[in-house]
Design a protein around this ligand. Structure first.
Ligand code: XMP
Length: 522
């Protein structure tokens, strides 16, 4: 397999910013390989990795805080270009003899940047740029060799640099969408200052990840919870490519699946792909545990717990028939799942790397996790899936949450409520497909509200449930907006749900964006 050429690599030192992965993503968008390492990685270890550039991420600390994460200052002597973002910039200024002071006012939100046109960071960019700030400290004295290369209304040192040593600092966040041309600033750093070529592709991601999986797993066996959704399907295909029959997929029928889901997943994975697969019908077990539970977090925790129990039992069974050692559990965890699941408090640099709790996975878990997609965003996972030869049907499937229909039934889960939301969901999907809208939106689904209202059907009074219809657009699931659907389609879905699903007499359309709402209702 082709090795990543030395040199065409950007190393990102993580100081605990929630945006660290977004920086990595922006670098990947330049088709340059990037790797995230902890902030305390020694300069000697960094030198061994032979990066052609180093980015110091932002972070929530102040460089003067007692336990502020510090960088090994020898990195500035390696002769490798360095870019510090926000906290990373304060570190550069502080570490190289400048002065950083607490600002009386925290600068947060949009700003206008005037960059030095001669600076390589602003190559081919307009004189004034919209940028996004989020910091409390400011630089009052520049280190020797540095000069200002950009300013905002509030800061004469919004961009600083020592162009001889190729060390730069940005006070704002170029990686976030609120800095619309920020990707180009990073691209200028990566290509023009670090000299990286665009040679990183999804194909090279697949090769490298397969190698990493093989290294992690050795001759062990892996089980993977296959849900049939994009993430676990792509993870399954990737693992299958890496370790073949040493992967066994477990498909759990938890009683919270969509109509026909089980048969479709079995046909595709066991049938077409010939992946080793075992279906466990645990619906009774799940539904018994969920009886009467109304709290959304409790539902998630229970489902996460039962999943693990089912996996552990399945792994035990597998061990009986197979001498291999099943100690690995693979998951299709993506980056947004990771950051939304960790608490951004205390020392986030440590927390962000700690065991997250996606879907309520219990800490006592007896598996070692294999998460080949945890640095990617959804659209990147889809590209990996397509590269692996998965069909559009799978790759562009709308996301479906791990806890299934449980989080689409507000309140207690009963057999009747499950039937209602399942039937309504099937109609929504059918109509979205028939009208060619299914692939145009991020998600479209039905939520059952525990509210009954009065209606009239024929000559009879009804007192039935309400279905909320949620159709959203999104780029990566982190933010979303409700879709302005053609009224005829909404009308058809509403009419069909009310006419065909017994127990429903009202359909509402959810017109909330994320934030402040979330996509799922629970
Ligand atoms: P929210 O509701 O947090 O959802 O705005 C963002 C995206 O994530 C999906 N989602 C989940 N996916 N396990 C998953 O695999 C989960 O527990 C889970 N909860 C939400 C959701 O459908 C949306 O696309």
């Amino acid at each position: 397999m082709p090795q990543q050429p030395a040199g065409d690599k950007i190393l990102i030192l993580d100081f605990g910013s929630q945006y660290t992965q977004v920086i990595a993503r922006r670098v990947r968008e330049c088709q340059v390989y990037s790797e995230i390492v902890p902030y305390h990685t020694k300069a000697s270890a960094i030198a061994k990795l032979k990066p052609s550039g180093i980015i110091l991420s932002g972070g929530p600390a102040s460089v003067y805080a007692p336990k502020a994460p510090q960088v090994d200052r020898k990195i500035y002597d390696l002769g490798i270009p360095v870019l510090g973002i926000c906290y990373g910039m304060q570190l550069i200024a502080h570490g190289l003899g400048g002065k950083v002071e607490r600002s009386t006012e925290r600068e947060y939100g949009p700003g206008k940047l005037k960059g030095d046109a001669k600076c390589a960071l602003f190559h081919k960019l307009p004189a004034t740029l919209d940028v996004w700030n989020s910091h409390g400290d400011k630089i009052t004295k520049l280190p020797t060799g540095f000069r200002p290369l950009g300013k905002t209304e509030n800061s004469p040192h919004a961009v600083i640099g020592d162009t001889k040593r190729n060390i730069y600092g940005l006070q704002f966040h170029p990686e976030v969408v609120h800095t619309p041309r920020g990707g180009e600033i990073l691209a200028n750093f990566v290509h023009r200052i670090c000299g990286c070529k665009s040679n990183w592709t999804m194909e090279s991601f697949i090769d490298r990840t397969c190698r990493e999986i093989q290294e992690q797993v050795g001759d062990g066996r892996v089980i993977l919870g296959l849900s049939g959704g994009v993430d676990s399907s792509v993870a399954a295909a990737l693992l299958h490519k890496a370790i073949g029959d040493r992967l066994t997929c477990i498909f759990v029928d938890n009683g919270l699946l969509r109509a026909n889901e089980r048969a479709a997943v079995e046909k595709l994975f066991a049938g077409e792909f010939r992946i080793r697969m075992k279906t466990v019908d645990a619906s009774k077990q799940f539904l018994t545990k969920l009886k009467g539970v109304t709290d959304p977090e409790k539902k998630r925790k229970i489902i996460g717990n039962e999943f693990i129990k089912v996996f552990e039992a399945a792994a035990k069974d597998l061990k009986k028939t197979d001498p291999g050692h099943y100690r690995f559990l693979a998951q299709g965890t993506l980056y947004p799942d990771v950051i939304e699941s960790v608490s951004i408090s205390g020392n986030p640099a440590a927390l962000i790397k700690s065991h997250h709790n996606v879907g309520g996975l219990p800490e006592r878990m007896k598996f070692e996790l294999v998460e080949p997609l945890r640095q990617l965003f959804k659209d990147e996972v889809r590209r990996v899936g397509a590269e692996l030869g998965l069909s559009k049907e799978i790759v562009h499937r709308q996301p479906f949450p791990g806890p299934g229909l449980a989080v689409r039934i507000i309140g207690a889960i009963t057999a009747e409520r499950l039937r209602i939301v399942r039937e309504a969901d099937a109609i929504v999907i059918e109509e979205m497909r028939a009208s060619d809208w299914y692939y145009k939106v991020w998600q479209s689904f039905a939520v059952l509200l525990p509210v009954r209202s009065v209606g009239v059907m024929g000559d009879e009074r009804t007192y039935d449930y309400t279905i909320a219809l949620r159709i959203v657009s999104s780029h990566d699931g982190m933010t979303a907006d409700w879709v302005r659907m053609p009224q005829e389609i909404l009308a058809r879905i509403s009419a069909r749900v009310i006419n065909e699903v017994k127990g429903v007499n009202r359909v509402c359309y959810d017109i909330s964006s994320k934030p402040p709402a979330t996509i799922e209702w629970e």
